[in-house]
Design a protein around this ligand. Sequence first.
Ligand code: SF4
Ligand code: SF4
Length: 465
Amino acid sequence: MKEVKTGMSESFRDHIATIDEEGHRKYIHPKKPEGRYYHLRTYTSLVFLVVFFAIPFITVEGEPLLMFNVLDRKFIIFGKIFWPQDFFIFAIGLLTFFVFIILFTVVFGRLFCGWVCPQTNFMEMVFRKVEYWIDGDAHQQKQLRAMPLNGLKLRKRILKIAVFYLIAFVIANFFLAYIIGMDEVLKMVHEGVAKNLGTFVSLLGFSTVFFFVYYWFREQACIVVCPYGRLQGVLLDRNSIVVAYDYLRGEPRSKLKKADTVSHGDCIDCFACVRVCPTGIDIRNGTQLECVNCTACIDACDAIMEGIHKPKGLIRYASENNIANNEPTRFTGRMALYSVVLLLLVGLLVTLLVTRDDVDSRILRSQGQTFQSLPDGRLSNLYNIKLTNKTRKEVPLELKLENINGEIQLIQNVVVPRESYFQTSFFVKLNRSEIHRRKTPLKIGIYQNGKRISICKTTFLGPSL
Ligand code: SF4
Ligand code: SF4
C-alpha cells in the first residue's frame, strides 16, 4: 500500500466534537447543506415520511398492516397476526433482520443511517428544516444563541418550542397507532381527553421525550445511544463503502493562494465539509464513529471543487481500498459467509411462515386423575385441550381418535372464537381389549370442516397389567 504523508494529526481522537475542553456540551449549528445528495435525500425522506404516516391507516382484511402491541402481546405483520406461540418465528425474523443489517453494513457502511433511519430523517429533514426556517442558517443561529434574551430571541424560542412540540406530539400519536392501532387512537380522540386520561398523560410523556431528543439531544442519539452506530468498529472493513475523504488526492492540504508555485493536494482547507456536518466532525480525519453518512460533506466539498475547477468527489462514497489502492469494490469471503447465513435464515423464515398453523392445539391428560371404570365395562380418561385461533374467523373443530377404536365425549362443543384462546375438557373411552399396557399411546386428530389440521399425541392411562 502506498504510504501517504498526510500531515494529519491524530489529536482528534482525544476528544469528541460535541464536548468542549471543560466538558460542556458544544451545540452544533451545521450550515444548511445544498447539492445533489441533499436533494436526493430530501426526496427519499419524503417517501419515508409518507410511508411512516400512511402505514397506520392501511388495513388488510380489517387488520392493521403493521401493529406491535407489546401491551397485549399481539403483533401484526402485513395483516397476519402473530401470537406469543409464534415467538420463534418472530425471533428468526429478528435474527434475519440483524444478519441483513450486518451484511448491508459490511458492504455499504452506514448507508441506512444517512438515508433510512427515522432518527436522521426526522432530525435532518423535519426538525432541522423547521429550525432553518425559524432561526435562519448556522451563522444566524449562532448569533441568536449568543445574544441576551430580548424580544426577538423570546419570540423565536417560543415559536420553535411550540412547533417542535407539536411535531413531536404528532409523531408520538403515530407511534401509539403502531402499538394499539389507528382505529383505537381515533376512537380515543373522539371520546376526548377526560375518558382517556392515562393514555393522554403517557402520550404527553412520549411527546416530551421526542421533543427533548430533537430540540436538545440531537446528534447525541447517534453518537452515544444508538447501538448500531457503536457496532461500526467491528462491522466495517477496508472494503466497506463509506463517506470517505480521498487523502491521496487531497493531501497535503493547503489554503488557496494566488500565484502559488508549490504543488499541493486538492484540499484547500476551507472547512466547508466540517461546517455542514451535523455531528461536528472533520471527515478528513478518516472514518469515525460519529459519521452518520449523511453526505452533507460530499455536497459541500463538491461545490468547492466546482468553484476551484477541480474534479468533484474529493469526498465521496468509497472504500479504503478504493482510495488507497485504487481497487474496485470486491465481494469478499466475509460477505459471502454472511450472504450464505442470510439465505439460510430467509429460507427457514419462509418455511416457518408458510407452514404456520392458523389454530394451535395442545392436549394434556388431566393432572392427578387416574382412569375410571364405566358401567358398560369400558375405561375412560379425562383430558384438557387448549386451542389458539390466530385467524379473524370463529373456528368450530372436531376431535377424532386416529390410532385406536374408542369414543371421544366432549363436555362442550369446541368452537374457538376469532383471535382468541379456548380451553375445554373431554373424555376418551376405550374398550379394555384395546389396552395392553399401563400407558397406551393416543393420537387425536383435530378436524376443521372435515379436514384434519393437526394431530396431538398423548397417552391413555389404564390399570397395570
Ligand atoms: S462526516 Fe460527512 S457524512 Fe459524516 S456525518 Fe459529517 S457531514 Fe455527514
Ligand atoms: S470541503 Fe473539500 S476542500 Fe474544503 S476542507 Fe473539506 S475536503 Fe478540503
